[in-house]
Design a protein around this ligand. Structure first.
Ligand code: 5GP
Ligand code: MG
Length: 179
């Protein structure tokens, strides 16, 4: 992996595609065991989680459904503090075992806003699966049931995550170079 440029910024290699793949497999194995009997419903939060969600979903060995919602709180490399929903939930979650798939949990604001809306629809259970967690940025504590990596407070791109629209197609994860 090499240092890369996205727009005006340089990013350095941080997590390789192999390391991601190994975490994805181990998460999918755990999910396949934990939900062997229940035909769970996965809800992936767009845009950032589309690649992680697809890879986890494909690695499952159980019958399961997936749907997508679109929430966003980031502009450039900073959180705006405001969560906007632009595609809502079209699945019926009542009585279902639900697993939310996020690319990264930063302040926890996105999920802190979305979880009560979902709870309102009375799923049987609700768990969180995230590839990355910036633990030290927590403002709204979220319990993550299936987590790939805990990372420091440094902006990252790749594997679905973008910097102003670009960088999502990188196979690994890259970290903003320190100024
Ligand atoms: P939260 O609401 O937990 O503060 O932020 C969650 C969302 O912010 C993530 O789903 C992601 O879209 C975005 N985000 C947070 N940190 C990063 C980062 O380092 N890189 C990118 N590309 N997006 C991030
Ligand atoms: Mg996101």
């Amino acid at each position: 992996m090499q240092t890369i440029q996205v727009h005006d910024k340089k990013f350095i290699p941080y997590i390789t595609a192999e390391e991601i793949n190994s975490e994805v497999r181990s998460i999918a194995d755990r999910l396949s065991t934990d939900y062997a009997e229940s035909k769970p419903l996965f809800i992936a939060i767009l845009n950032g989680s589309f690649i992680f969600a697809a890879d986890v979903f494909r690695a499952l060995r159980i019958p399961a459904e997936i749907c997508f919602i679109k929430l966003a709180s980031y502009k450039g490399t900073k959180s705006t503090g405001e969560v906007i929903t632009s595609i809502g939930l079209d699945a019926d979650v009542f009585g279902r075992d639900v697993i939310i798939i996020e690319d990264i949990i930063d302040t926890g604001k996105t999920l802190n806003q979305f979880l009560p809306q979902l709870e309102h629809q009375q799923p049987k259970s609700m768990k969180i699966c995230a590839l990355l967690h910036k633990k030290e940025c927590t403002v709204f504590p979220i319990h993550i049931d299936y987590l790939g990596f805990t990372i420091p407070d440094r902006f990252v791109v790749g594997y679905g995550l973008d910097y102003d629209g670009y960088g999502r197609n990188l196979n690994g994860i890259y970290q903003l170079e320190e100024q």
